[in-house]
Each structure stands twice: as C-alpha cells, then as structure tokens.
Design a protein around this ligand. Structure first.
Ligand SMILES: *Cc1c(COP(=O)(O)O)cnc(C)c1O
Length: 397
C-alpha cells in the first residue's frame, strides 16, 4: 500500500493533496483499503457517488453497454446519447442538451454558448459574464477565470477577459455591476467549494427577475447541487424559478466521466454545426451510466426522499454538537450538501476522522464538507457524530 503512495509521487504530477489511504473497493456507503479495512464515506467521490459505490443498476447498465459499444464519436447517432438527452429535457427546464466530459467542460461550453448567443443577438460588445466571489466553476482557463477566487488564478495570468466579480448573496451588487456589456449572470445555487454557502431564499428569484428585466441570461452551475444532492433533482426546483442555461456533471454518471450543458431553445440555437464539440462527449458508455443513475433517482423516489430526511436529521445532529463545542461556528445544509464551519483548522479533523474510519472533506480551510451518498442511513450519521464529538473534544480540550 505504501509503495502505491511512493509511486504516485514518482509518476504523477503533484496537483493533489491526498489523504494517506489507498482505496481498493467500494460498496454502497463504504469503501475498503487493500487490507479490507472499512471506511464510511462522507465524501462520495466529491458529490459524485450519489447512489453509493457500485450501485447494481448502474454497474449492470454500463457492463451491458461495454459489451455492445463503447465509443464511435459524434459523427454518428447512438441510442444512449439521445435517450439521456430526452430524460434530462423531460425532467428539467431545458429544451436541448450538449454532452461533454466534466464540470469544467460544461461551464466552458456554457460560457461559449452564452457569448455566441449574445453575439448573434446583440453584436460582439455584449459579452461580459458576472460571477460571484468564493465561487467555483472548474479549472480550464475560462472556468477558472469565472471562479472568482484569487488563489486559483495566481500564476496563470493573463486570464480570460470578460468577467466581473461581485459578492455572493448580494442582489444589489449584481444590479450595480450590470452594464450594456453584460450578457449573463453565472451562479451556483449553493456554493460548494466556497464553503457550503446557502443564499437567502430571495436570492435566486431576485437574480431571475433582474436577468429578465435587463435581458440577461441566467446560468446555473449545478455541477455539484444537481442530480438529487439538495433533495430535488435540481436545486433550482426549490426556488420556483428556471435558468436559461445549466451545467451538470459530478453525480450525473455515478463516476463515469460525463458533463452536460442544458439550455432553452432560444439560447441553444446559437450552437450550430462546427461551433462546439467534444470527441468523447456523450459517448455510449458514460450515457448508459447516466441513464441508469437518473432512472434510479426518478423511479425510486425514496432516494430523494431519503436525501431530504437524512439531510435534515444530519443538520439537527450537527447543531446538537454545536451546543457542546464552541469550536463550531455554524452548520449549513440543503439536502445532503452539508457544511460545518469551525474556528480551528479543518485538516487535522479530516485526518482524525480517517484514522477513525470515516472519510470527510474540508474546504476553505475551516469548513468541514459532507457530501455522502444519498442512500446514507441514520446509523451512519450517528456514527459520524459520535466520532466527531470525540475528535473535537480531543482537539479543543
Ligand atoms: C466540481 C465543480 C466544478 C468542476 O467540475 P470538474 O468535473 O471537476 O471539472 C464546477 N462547478 C462546480 C460547482 C463544482 O462543484
């Protein structure tokens, strides 16, 4: 096991800070190291394994597809691709879908689509996109420019022109930033990497209204919040509004790499043959996994129901912990996207949890982030709470 860690350092570029754990196998809410030691997984592949590890319906779907056809490119038609697009359209605001391979690619495609749409309708001067401080939209040059966090920009300048940053959850700031060059507003319904920040109830409806009044497009980055994470298939459903454009990825393929850009017809028509493409985009294997994922979520309503119930229970238990530990600043959650902000560094807590057999994640240095599979049980949450209680006691005396 140690040799894998050494060899990773030898052969892979040093872009990740990894936990000292080799994962060999996963089932449901548990993963296992090569010696068979079990870990309870509250990271879920960073909000990807929404149905848990190796869900049988998904596994069978892509095993079958792997035996039939894996890839042919978009020079031809394939059934899984159109079937997945139809499912997404029938269960969302969108009329049309474009497939790619990741969240950052879906954002990149959204930026290109919005620019092209604005260019076609208003000419080249109206191309600016307003994005939010502490956002996270991915790592390609345009997506990282949209990501309004200096730490992700350093050393990569010059960035892509055409972005303006405003504070999150501040409608007035957005209204003030709009000019005759503004084409769109890009926002996460709940900020994920930014520390599980949930905006006020009137924020998204307010953005929708502002966009309508000023003739701007509203782009939602639901890469993390989508596919059931917040207790609805898409987070915007909580707010009674619809975006014009939406990016999906993470949970969509249950771990198979797939991203999707969704849009209303009047926007989508800006993409014409040759304007955008992805060789692997919408390949049959990834689409088969995504179809199976959506079918489980749509047909087995108990997964979304479980997400809502366990999310509420989890937040209640964490708030109980907060009463006993002054090191806990706040507890925030929507469905099973849950954050707990601390006064102390989160890294050692993540380490202690690992030693106690639980995987958790920390973002923004002091926010513990929990994005477990949506099939998590009450006992799993109880176990985490017990361990966290002991760990916080030890760490803060
Ligand atoms: C993870 C994430 C991305 C980037 O997705 P990748 O698949 O890592 O490229 C973009 N936006 C949000 C909100 C995310 O959480």
């Amino acid at each position: 096991m140690d040799h894998l860690i050494d060899e990773t350092q030898q052969y892979l570029m040093n872009t990740y800070t990894r936990q000292p754990l080799v994962i060999h196998k996963g089932r449901g809410t548990r993963v296992y190291d090569p010696d068979g030691k079990e870990y309870l997984d509250f990271v879920g592949g960073v909000a990807v394994n929404n149905l848990g590890h190796c869900h049988p319906s998904v596994t069978v779907a892509f095993q079958k597809q792997a035996q039939r056809l894996v890839h042919v490119s978009n020079l031809y038609y394939t059934e899984p691709q159109v079937k997945l697009a139809q499912l997404l359209v029938e269960h969302s605001f969108a009329d049309k879908v474009f497939f790619c391979n990741s969240g950052t690619e879906a954002i990149e495609a959204a930026i290109k689509l919005v620019r092209k749409h604005s260019h076609d309708t208003h000419g080249p001067d109206r191309h600016e996109i307003i994005t939010m401080e502490r956002s996270f939209h991915g790592r390609t040059l345009a997506a990282v420019t949209a990501t309004a966090q200096p730490k992700y920009h350093e050393g990569f300048e010059p960035l892509v022109p055409g972005f303006r940053y405003v504070p999150y959850n501040d409608l007035k700031a957005v209204a003030k930033a709009v000019t005759d060059r503004t084409a769109a507003v890009l926002v996460e319904p709940v900020q994920g990497e930014g520390g599980v920040r949930i905006p006020d109830d009137d924020y998204l409806p307010g953005l929708r209204k502002l966009c309508d009044e000023k003739g701007l497009l509203l782009i939602l980055d639901e890469v993390q919040t989508g596919i059931g994470r917040t207790g609805k298939m898409f987070c915007y459903e909580h707010y009674g509004i619809e975006p014009d454009v939406m990016a999906l990825a993470k949970g969509l393929g249950s771990g198979l790499p797939i991203g999707a850009l969704l849009a209303k017809d009047h926007v989508a028509k800006a993409f014409t043959p040759g304007t955008h493409a992805a060789t692997f985009g919408g390949n049959p294997l990834a689409c088969a996994a995504a179809i199976a994922t959506l079918e489980v979520l749509l047909e087995e309503g108990f997964v979304l129901d479980n997400c809502r119930r366990m999310g509420a229970y989890f937040v209640e238990r964490l708030k109980g912990l907060q009463l006993r530990h002054s090191s806990i600043v706040s507890v925030r959650g929507m469905g099973l996207m849950v954050g707990m902000e601390l006064t102390i560094d989160g890294k050692p807590i993540v380490q202690d949890c690992l030693e106690a057999g639980i995987l958790i994640n920390c973002t923004m240095d002091r926010v513990l982030r929990f994005v477990p599979p949506l099939i998590i049980l009450k006992e799993d949450i109880d176990l985490l709470i017990d361990r966290l209680d002991a760990i916080l006691k030890k760490r803060t005396g």
